[in-house]
Write a protein that binds this ligand. Structure first.
Ligand code: AMP
Length: 254
């Protein structure tokens, strides 16, 4: 079976994000970009399934600017067999990405799509769910363990999810959507030989129009702002002074 892993190019998690002066987004000029960390975990899971003989091929797909090719090369250095870039300079919102992925799924015919549970730039946590709805496939989100099995000739995924106060175990029939949580696995280090091998793996570039998908944004960003700076604190001499300040200055107690 084929596994499709959508990977997003995001600002590297070590970078301190700066808000643009027009207040409409964050500054991406000369900012280090990397593969979304949850997508690295999703990719590792797909490779583990291929190494276990369960998957026959792992395909990485990214939607975005031409530089996403670097992200796809990283995905192939982790182990993806080949990659597809849906290239556009236009702003992409989760619904548009889900529609593009829907079209790629229709062309590639995977039995499993493993996405990250969220992209660390928009924190939307929507794409996998929307893709499941468009495909009318079952979904198991925030997976911390995935086991693929068979029952009466039907392939199933048994997915463990960390929920408040314990673990939830779901069984879903394939084809299905799974989204990866942090503790699903520890992605392997990308080695130099694998980076070199990844350069030779096939990477197809297509455009949203080739897939017949309308990517017009549905949401408008009103404003993006830095968090408020915390004001300096004061050291009080004793509890009496603390209560006085809480009552008469902060006015948070009667
Ligand atoms: P989000 O809904 O934006 O939080 O993203 C959830 C997941 O959807 C990510 O972890 C990726 O697996 C996938 N995804 C989102 N945007 C893209 C993109 N532009 N290209 C490829 N995959 C994406």
């Amino acid at each position: 079976m084929k596994i499709l892993v959508p990977v997003k190019r995001v600002i590297d998690y070590n970078v301190k994000v700066r808000v643009r002066s027009d207040g409409r987004g964050v500054d991406l000029t000369s900012t280090k970009m990397s593969i979304n960390p949850f997508d690295e975990i999703a990719m590792e899971q797909a490779i583990l399934l291929r190494e276990a003989g369960i998957a026959s091929e792992v395909i990485a797909v990214s939607c975005g600017v031409a530089a996403c090719q670097e992200t796809l090369r990283t995905a192939m250095a982790i182990g993806a067999d080949r990659a597809v870039l849906v290239e556009t300079d236009a702003e992409l919102q989760p619904l548009s990405v889900a529609k593009l992925l829907f079209a790629v799924v229709r062309t590639e015919g995977p039995q499993l799509v493993i996405l990250g549970k969220q992209a660390i730039d928009d924190d939307a946590s929507q794409t996998g769910q929307m893709l499941a709805a468009l495909l009318d496939w079952p979904q198991a989100t925030c997976a911390s363990k995935v086991v693929i099995g068979d029952r009466e000739g039907r392939k199933l995924a048994t997915v463990t999810r960390e929920v408040d106060g314990g673990l939830e175990i779901l069984e879903i029939g394939l084809p299905a959507i799974v989204t990866a949580d942090l503790r699903l696995n520890t992605p392997r280090y990308v080695t130099l030989p694998n980076i070199m091998k990844a350069k030779k793996k096939p990477l197809a570039v297509i455009k949203p129009a080739d897939l017949g998908v309308d990517i017009t944004p549905r949401l408008k960003t009103v404003t993006v702002a830095e968090p408020l700076q915390r004001s300096a604190g004061v050291i009080v001499a004793d509890v009496v002074q603390l209560i006085d300040k809480l009552r008469n200055e902060a006015k948070v107690i009667e």
